[in-house]
Ligand binder design. Structure first.
Ligand SMILES: *Cc1c(COP(=O)(O)O)cnc(C)c1O
Length: 395
């Protein structure tokens, strides 16, 4: 029997990172503002260029980027921010951190925002934070048109969407601000870290100051200085800067993005076709405008009861593949009813039903075709174990 593939180990970090870190350690030059060509500044320059954005600000995490985005928009205390009800707990948390109120929008069983519920909740909203959860892009054409009609700013949480395109445009450049993560489970792995991009000079100036560019450190950012002068001493300093070590780890990985995106998409589409051939599993299709960059796969169990769903997870594990059903564990940080810090749990039956049958499996870009075959066979086999146990004896 073939051993199940290891889907947990990360890829090695390019050797150039080690050399740069050695140089930084020898000089002790770890703070981004000791000079204007620091590794953090170079990362910002290269990332903005790679994505096609005017400005970038590297920070401690994507959560910090989301928080600073809300602050940079100047939203008042209590402002209502629409977010999808299917996302990571860090997203509503960043809204709470910014003294705003998250308003959860229903998500469909293709993991994308329910546009009817979105439209119904626009009245009274002050901002929109679109989380492209697990890299599934919601319909940005409709969302941007509705946001424009209601004069609402859009922040894109693109933590899982680096390399995804929408109508040929990079995700993260469609809204007013785009936020990305360098946490280990994302396309670029620095352990921790995040970055925000925007074309808006006022927003970048405000975000730079609040990220901790105290005194005149903002002069080391390539942004028109009059923008900063306007906000000097008028904004709190939240000190959530990135260190040079983190930037040195991320920067040599930028060259890896095209390969990781291409292989991740190949892996995903290969396994998706195998799963869709099973009557029990369904992988939602990409939207027409969308060219995805997945590093994991999500699929729905069709016609399963709760008991069968639990049995499927056990059967897949027995076949060597760990699957999590977002809504079937007590502590999953992507199940909105576990966000008890928000107060009363809203009634979102559509999202709840989706989360109770939606499965999540890791699918790193480095896997080989035969490893993908093993994973696909384990998943379809586990579904048969549950739904067609007689097959196990007839073969
Ligand atoms: C990982 C993730 C975040 C948070 O990123 P951090 O860098 O860990 O703060 C936010 N949103 C989504 C969709 C994520 O997957």
């Amino acid at each position: 029997m073939t051993l199940p593939p290891n889907v947990y180990d990360a890829e090695p970090i390019p050797a150039a990172a080690g050399e740069e870190i050695e140089r930084l350690l020898n000089s002790g030059d770890l703070f981004r503002y000791t000079n204007e060509d620091s590794p953090v500044a170079l990362l910002e320059r290269d990332f903005a260029q790679a994505l096609g954005a005017k400005y970038a600000l590297a920070v401690a995490s994507c959560s910090a980027a989301l928080f600073l985005s809300l602050k940079a928009l100047g939203l008042p205390r209590g402002a209502r921010v629409l977010i999808p009800a299917f996302t990571f707990a860090a997203v509503p948390s960043s809204v709470v951190h910014a003294d705003c109120t998250p308003v959860l929008v229903e998500v469909k069983d293709n993991y994308r925002i329910d546009l009817a519920d979105f439209e119904a909740k626009l009245d009274g909203a002050d901002a929109i934070m679109i989380s492209h959860m697990r890299g599934h892009t919601s319909d940005m054409d409709t969302i941007m048109a509705l946001a424009f009609a209601h004069d609402l700013p859009v922040i894109e949480d693109a933590a899982h969407s680096l390399g995804t395109q929408w109508n040929g445009r990079n995700i993260g450049t469609i809204g007013r601000i785009g936020c990305f993560s360098f946490q280990s489970y994302k396309l670029l792995n620095a352990g921790e870290g995040g970055i925000l991009i925007t074309d808006d000079a006022d927003i970048i100036a405000r975000a730079v100051i609040m990220s901790g560019a105290y005194e005149h450190n903002w002069k080391k950012h390539p942004v028109l200085h009059d923008r900063f002068a306007r906000w000097q001493n008028k904004l709190p300093l939240y000190n959530t800067r990135m260190s040079n070590i983190l930037a040195a780890i991320v920067r040599p990985q930028l060259a890896e993005i095209p390969r990781r995106v291409r292989d991740g998409r190949r892996n995903h589409d290969y396994v998706a076709a195998r799963l869709n051939a099973s009557p029990h599993l369904q992988v939602p299709a990409a939207l027409d405008q969308e060219l995805r960059a997945p590093d994991s796969i999500q699929f729905n169990l069709t016609g399963f009861t709760d008991v069968e769903t639990q049995a499927f997870q056990i059967a897949a594990a027995a076949r060597g593949v760990k699957v999590q059903v977002f809504g079937m564990s007590t502590d999953n940080a992507r199940a909105f009813w576990n966000w008890q810090f928000l107060g009363e749990v809203p009634d979102l039956p559509q999202t709840r039903a989706m989360l109770s049958r939606a499965c999540d499996a890791r699918l790193p870009a480095r896997l080989t075709i035969s490893e993908l075959d093993t994973i696909a066979a384990a998943l379809t086999g586990a579904a048969e174990d549950v739904k067609e146990p007689e097959l196990a004896y007839s073969t």
